[in-house]
Design a binder for this molecule. Structure first.
Ligand SMILES: Cc1cc2nc3c(=O)[nH]c(=O)nc-3n(C[C@H](O)[C@H](O)[C@H](O)COP(=O)(O)O)c2cc1C
Length: 353
């Protein structure tokens, strides 16, 4: 039994504007992170520690494969609470070199009938200096953190490379991996950087600055052929992994959609899987694959794992299903692995390839 059921809490939270609800959740997470008795209680409940799910990736131990997707913790303010929610790792950001306010509000919407979200946040964040200070404080917190980086809105496309260079330098000593985000639909022109020459250059610069693994996060709004091509280019340019996918701008998925921003959650599920599966067909075994987009239960998580995902991420389903979700998925995953005769998650990763 939980202290308060999430279904009841959700009734209150969903009465708030989505961004206000996010702020309340953020404050609660900061409290959890700074209150050892509560942190320990929740971590014991939610953080599944099983040898079947543990993996060493990039030289770092991931207790389970489910991570928090980028965009929830844009400034690395909630990292300490993440084990209490059950997450095996967390991806912070997207962080830009300079602080920026993001797009005009309202810019975050619940598509309740569709169990989805739509956002046009536009990388609202406190900038790289602020995040570095936060990460410094986490130096002795042994927990895998991915750092998702993006360019400032006011930086012209022709100078985008410089922004990424600044960010590689700022974060070169922090986290388990970095992610180049050129797939958000909410920064004008950003997705245009999903091209061969930019990808080649950005990895060349990144690799010359840091030894940390660098991954590419891609959008779902392209053909599978295009996605495969881009990911192959990235891997040849030195990418250590691919994260697929970001949110979609396919507003035909629902009559409830706004005509701006990116859709995540249930509506994104099949599109995200299709792109992931196509990429995995080509790149499974050649690079690390992370699947994100519409994952909300163990069945879907397992499908992505068998398709080739070593790690997964979740954002929207956390809002709809609450903090017991990650524990439920992980414990169910263990059952699914056992039912298929697998002794360790690594035996299931790519089993369908
Ligand atoms: C409100 C919101 C903000 C997001 N911000 C970012 C971001 O800053 N950077 C990023 O790479 N992805 C961002 N995303 C995308 C998520 O990381 C994820 O790729 C996407 O939501 C699909 O996963 P989901 O269906 O589990 O939500 C954001 C998503 C949401 C809902």
């Amino acid at each position: 039994m939980s202290i308060v059921s999430y279904e009841n809490l959700k009734k209150i939270m969903f009465k708030l504007e989505p961004e206000n609800a996010h702020a309340v959740a953020g404050l609660s997470l900061q409290f959890i992170g700074s209150c050892p008795p509560l942190f320990n209680y929740m971590t014991k409940r939610n953080y599944i520690e099983s040898d079947m799910l543990k993996q060493k990736i990039f030289g770092v131990e991931f207790a389970n494969p489910i991570g928090l997707g980028a965009g929830f913790d844009k400034n690395a303010q909630y990292v300490k609470a993440m084990p209490a929610l059950g997450f095996g790792y967390t991806e912070v950001g997207t962080v830009t070199p300079k602080p920026q306010p993001g797009n005009e509000k309202p810019r975050l919407f619940r598509l309740i009938e569709d169990k989805s979200l739509q956002n046009a946040m536009g990388f609202n964040n406190k900038g790289s200096y602020y995040m570095v200070q936060k990460l410094k404080k986490l130096k002795f917190f042994c927990y895998p953190i991915g750092i998702n980086i993006g360019k400032n809105k006011t930086t012209p496309e022709s100078e985008a490379l410089k922004d990424y260079e600044t960010l590689f330098r700022a974060f070169k000593e922090y986290g388990a991996y970095m992610v180049i985000n050129i797939s958000s639909p909410n920064t004008p022109g950003l997705r245009d950087l999903q091209n061969e020459s930019f990808i080649n250059e950005v990895f060349k610069i990144g690799k010359s600055i840091t030894n940390k693994p660098i991954l590419l996060k891609i959008a779902p709004d392209m053909s599978t052929t295009q996605a495969i091509e881009l990911c192959k280019i990235a891997v040849e340019a030195g990418a250590d992994g691919i994260i697929a996918t970001n949110t979609t701008i396919d507003y035909s998925l629902t009559p409830h959609a706004k005509d701006f921003g990116g859709i995540s959650g249930e509506l994104l599920k099949e599109k995200s899987f299709e792109i992931f599966d196509a990429i995995a067909k080509e790149l499974y075994g050649k690079t690390l694959l992370i699947s994100v987009g519409g994952i909300s239960d163990a069945k879907e998580a397992y499908r992505r794992i068998k398709a080739g995902a070593s790690l997964l991420q979740i954002y929207s389903a956390l809002i709809y299903k609450g903090p017991s979700l990650i524990r439920d998925i992980n414990s169910e995953l263990i059952k699914l692995l056992k039912a298929d005769g697998f002794k360790h998650i690594s035996e299931a990763i790519g089993a369908n390839r």
